[in-house]
Design a protein around this ligand. Structure first.
Ligand code: ASP
Length: 599
């Protein structure tokens, strides 16, 4: 064994022991004939004292060293209460340099490391140094701990951890696929899975009943701060279930994570809200319930108005408590905010608390409508009313975003609260740009009982047995009860305009499996990155990824993606069209096909 103890575990009871420690030099301070080092390993930090100035003086931050010495109590008044090892120090008898380090591109330790706003791409480029820092390392540890909790819960509930292929064909989550050329079949491509959706359903046909997997998913989507091309799901599927089984499991998982990682006892069951209730009340399918500020529906109040702005399918508002004191500049700020989101703007009305006249951008509204507006909106003297009008869904979404922004601006978010809920009865379909329909969740999602026989006649209003779990305004997971009857599945394909041939060519293997007695089944997938980032106390999913890609999609560490050589291009058969005869195999004479030789 190279060491006897871990640096961070030394305490008063170790005083007098001879120890050998290994780790990195976090700091070095020379003080009147003595050198103080902070030695860091994965367990923490301990102070090392060296009187052998000559060699200690040569040491530099982030060198990797082995220290032999005796644990001693720090002199009275010299303890460091901020450090778990702060009552002791190790008086070195020998320090061996295991490897030297160049000066790191950013500070690793101490206040400097926290204060230094190292830009992300530098952090990801030197992620192995970034992870030497306490904060980033904590996030990665939190993720590992969360995974351990999840596996324990899933095992206790008799779920089987089953791997599914990464090299496969297109899966139905509706994003673009990442494609992989196949050398041995030039012109043919694998797709990386957007989720294991089809495989987990096949495992249900197989009679395994309870599947889970912590699995990488790949979606070629436009880059956004909270998206990366590869991400991880906790993916789950069950047979012979209904929504209640999924909710109970989801709540057990989340409650265990919050209890064991944050020491927070959540109240279960989580409340449930239908999709349209959430949209109507909060303008979002992931409402943040840590503040109230429910949206106001003024559509009927404005019915028949001559005022153009409010001649719309939906007129709604957010009442801002105390907002009557908004300055012109602040009100203009909301206009800019709305415009930056692609909206036309926001109308406003201030309700002064001194009884003076209403002031606003809607003075052309009929006087009787204007005067009764504060009461209709539930606004009190001293409040402001911010309005949006337009097509229903878009307007509700704009108001929902406004609700979030107002709550943050006015400090209304109860930051210490955890508010989870299930969103149920989501729409089954949404319109496509081409005037057709597409499945909101994915095309294997079952309709609600009410819509089972008629969803195809009214796709706009049809509801699905789909659910999302939302925590503090973040979508943490989502899933559905699946269709297991061929006739119903065919009607879904008809609505989304998938011909029999297309369905056959895309999902034929699943439809075929469904001819062999598929059980009723359903499941859910949690976004593991978002879930663990939340547990680690960060908004940024990249913090809980060991080697994240930059927001441009590239990997600053390896430099991926890279161009390929002409030779690789030829070998991968990228330019070969599948209907062309394959070029002669590019391998030494006499070698059999690799498949055949695998046995
Ligand atoms: N496969 C779905 C998704 O990735 C989750 C599910 O329906 O279980 O969103």
């Amino acid at each position: 064994m190279i060491r006897t103890h871990h640096a961070g575990e030394l305490r008063r009871e170790h005083v007098g022991e001879q120890v050998v420690l290994t780790g990195w030099i976090a700091t070095r301070r020379d003080h009147g004939g003595v050198t103080f080092l902070d030695l860091r390993d994965a367990s923490g930090l301990v102070q090392v004292v060296s009187r052998d100035l000559e060699s200690a003086h040569a040491l530099r931050n982030e060198w990797c060293v082995k220290v032999s010495g005796e644990v001693t109590a720090r002199a009275a008044g010299r303890e460091n209460p901020d450090l778990p090892t702060g009552e002791v120090e190790v008086v070195a008898s020998a320090i061996e340099v295991l490897s030297e380090a160049e000066t790191p591109p950013f500070p690793i330790h101490g206040a400097d490391a926290l204060a230094s706003g190292v830009d992300e791409s530098t952090r990801w480029r030197y992620r192995y140094l970034d992870l030497r820092r306490a904060g980033p390392a904590h996030a990665i540890r939190t993720r590992a701990k969360a995974v351990a909790v999840i596996r324990r819960v899933m095992e206790a509930r008799d779920f089987l951890d089953i791997e599914t292929p990464y090299l496969t064909r297109s899966t139905p989550e509706g994003a673009r696929d990442f494609l992989v050329p196949v050398r041995l079949q030039p012109g043919h491509w694998y797709a990386l899975p957007q989720s294991p959706q089809l495989f987990k359903q096949l495992l249900m046909v197989a009679g395994l009943e309870r599947y889970y997997q912590i699995v990488r998913c790949f979606r070629d989507e436009d880059f956004r701060a909270d998206r990366t091309p590869e991400f991880t799901q906790l993916d789950i599927e069950m047979s012979f279930l209904d929504e209640e089984d999924v909710f109970a499991l989801g709540e057990e998982l989340i409650a265990a994570l919050w209890r064991e990682i944050l020491g927070v006892e959540l109240t279960t069951p989580f409340p449930r809200m239908t999709y349209w209730d959430a949209m109507r009340r909060y303008g979002s399918d992931k409402p943040d319930l840590r503040f109230d500020l429910e949206l106001v529906d003024l559509t009927s109040h404005m019915e028949g108005t001559e005022f153009r702005v409010f001649q719309a399918e939906h007129v709604g508002a957010v009442v801002v408590p105390g907002g009557a004191s908004y300055t012109r500049k602040e009100l203009d700020g909301w206009q800019d905010w709305a415009k930056s989101r692609g909206a036309k703007g926001i109308a406003w009305l201030l309700v002064p608390d001194d009884g003076s006249e209403l002031r606003g951008s809607i003075n052309k509204l009929e006087p009787e409508r204007l005067e009764t507006l504060p009461a209709a909106a539930g606004a009190k003297p001293g409040d402001a009313i911010l309005f949006a009008a337009g097509p229903r869904r878009q307007t509700l979404e704009l108001l929902g975003a406004l609700r979030n922004a107002v709550a943050r601006q006015r400090g209304l978010v109860r930051e210490e609260e955890w508010r989870f809920l299930w969103i149920v009865d989501a729409p089954m379909f949404e319109p496509t740009d081409e005037g057709g329909w597409t499945a909101v969740h994915h095309p294997f999602t079952a309709p609600t009982e009410e819509w089972a026989d008629k969803f195809h006649t009214d796709p706009e209003n049809a509801l699905a047995r789909a659910y999302d779990v939302v925590g503090n305004g973040m979508e943490l997971g989502g899933g559905s009860i699946r269709i297991h009857r061929a006739e119903m599945q065919q009607r879904v394909f008809d609505v989304i305009g998938l011909t029999r041939e297309e369905a056959e060519s895309k999902f034929g293997f699943l439809l075929e499996a469904f001819r062999y007695g598929p059980p009723p089944h359903g499941g859910i997938a949690f976004g593991l990155d978002r879930l663990t980032a939340t547990l680690a106390g960060t908004d940024a999913i990249r913090e809980v990824m060991a080697f994240p890609k930059a927001s441009s999609g590239g990997d600053p560490l390896t430099g991926a993606p890279t161009p390929i050589t002409a030779e690789q291009r030829k070998e991968a058969g990228i330019d070969v069209r599948p209907d062309e005869p394959a070029p002669p195999p590019n391998r030494p004479a006499g070698e059999t096909r690799p498949d055949a030789s695998r046995g």
